[in-house]
Design a protein around this ligand. Structure first.
Ligand code: UDX
Length: 427
């Protein structure tokens, strides 16, 4: 099929390239000229393992342009994959959705399926439909479909090509058949529902995952008070198929461009419809407190932070991505700088993006230089590279062997045997 994808961020780019991998002809649109120029040269603006190779493999089927009209006119299915960032008040900013809906309406020349791919508050589908109806020049038939994505950064391609389910919120048989035809090669189960339910499923699923993380972090805080081990607790809970072991890793909390934004948007949108989502407010509160608790843990190990040299290993919000949006590292570094600490930092992928925020940090290109002469070493992201550190060498280069581990990547017993003062989460 001929596909148009509007918005070339994590979701739009991955969706477009993977749809090309399935044999479709895809045209990707973005208003940022520079980004489109780079993409035309095969330069991927995001760190997503395997995406560049997949684009190279499908370059004959993928085109990039800033011209929405050109894309929409030839497409049978058009994906709206623009950003819906959180406003300072917490609600989702869907101005780009409205703009794109008007752009599409202006060039709609025959029947098309308009797919809401971005994560949007419930009832946005109705607004998209209304906006297009109001702005379409002549009587043209179209359908809106809600098709939320469940891609995780760092594993986006695999998540797209092997989804747990394909979620379609539809209002017509015609649109349903077109979308099922498009996704047929994935051989994945379909969940077919109405548009509003599909929009709710996305927010409800992400908020539930965030809740699960805040829950295990609360359990970790209890374990610290009674000297229990949260990893064993998570293991013991996880054997119950109704709970599952995944997303029960205690740490310094969740970050990224989705969970924080989706939880706050869900609270706001449900408030608008008259429901006070107190449960999610507690999820947010626990997540914020995990960062504060971590600073207290560092003070407990180091006492005074002023003029101390602290090595930060891990800046991205999670491994295998360069994304630092809402990463715990940002709040933690900010608090340490405020206390007058000196920071040396290393991350396999996120240094460039962090340097844009913190100029005063001494960035290194390897963990050992970052650790040398430091008074404490913090693990903020559980990159495999850090799990395989030569700890003997780390101990030699550090000023004093203090490690505060925000992602529980080391074994406390082994660290004690090696002579480290080692603190972690919930153990
Ligand atoms: C998430 C959802 O998983 C995905 O389905 C949705 O489409 C987008 O948002 P993403 O934010 O890319 O994906 O990463 P994810 O792997 O879900 O981790 C989110 C955050 O939770 C990270 O900060 C991670 O460190 C944290 N996390 C995850 C934990 O703290 N503990 C866990 O057990 C799991």
């Amino acid at each position: 099929m001929k596909i148009g994808v509007i918005g070339t961020g994590y979701v739009g780019l991955t969706t477009g390239i993977c749809l090309a991998e399935l044999g479709n002809k895809v045209c990707c649109v973005d208003k940022k000229k520079r980004k489109i120029e780079d993409l035309k040269k095969g330069k991927i603006p995001i760190y997503e393992p395997g995406l560049k190779e997949l684009l190279d493999k499908n370059k004959s089927r993928v085109s990039f342009t800033t011209d929405t009209k050109k894309c929409v006119e030839s497409a049978e299915v058009i994906y709206i994959a623009v950003g819906t960032p959180a406003k300072p008040t917490g609600e989702a900013d869907i101005t780009q959705i409205e703009e794109v809906s008007r752009d599409i309406a202006g060039v709609l020349n025959d029947y098309k399926v308009i797919v809401e791919k971005s994560t949007v508050p419930v009832k946005t589908g109705e607004w998209v439909k209304r906006t297009i109806k109001l702005n379409v020049p002549q009587e043209v038939d179209f359908d809106v479909v809600s098709n939320p994505e469940f891609l995780r950064e760092g594993s986006a391609i695999d998540d797209f090509l092997h989804p747990d389910r394909i979620l379609l919120g539809v209002e017509s048989k015609r649109a349903k058949n077109i979308m099922m035809e498009l996704y047929k090669p994935l051989n994945a189960p379909f969940v077919i529902t109405d548009i509003k339910s599909a929009e709710i499923i996305k927010h409800a699923a992400n908020s539930f995952l965030a809740l699960k993380i805040s829950y295990i972090n609360a359990i970790a805080n209890i374990c610290e008070l009674v000297n229990a081990d949260v990893i064993s607790v998570a293991e013991g809970m996880g054997y119950d198929k109704r709970i599952g072991r995944q997303f029960l890793d205690a740490g310094i909390g969740y970050g990224g461009s989705c969970f924080p934004k989706d939880v706050s948007a869900f609270i706001k949108i449900t408030e608008e419809f008259g429901y006070d989502f107190e449960l999610l407010k507690i999820v947010e509160k626990i997540n914020r407190e995990q960062r504060k608790n971590f600073i207290l843990k560092i003070k407990k190990s180091l006492w005074i932070l002023k003029n101390k040299t602290i090595c930060v290993l891990g800046l991205s919000f999670k491994p295998n991505t360069d994304d630092i949006r809402e990463a715990p590292s940002i709040d933690i570094i900010e608090a340490l700088l405020k206390e007058g600490a000196k920071i040396k930092a290393y991350d396999p992928a996120a240094v460039a993006r962090t340097r844009e925020i913190f100029k005063e940090i001494d960035y290194k290109d390897n963990p050992y230089d970052a650790a040398s002469e430091s008074d404490a070493l913090l693990i903020l992201t559980e990159w495999d590279e850090f799990k395989n550190l030569d700890l003997k060498k780390i101990k030699e280069v550090m000023h004093q062997p203090i490690i505060v581990d925000g992602r529980n990547i080391f074994d406390p017993k082994k660290m004690a045997e090696m002579g480290f003062t080692y603190a972690s989460i919930g153990r």
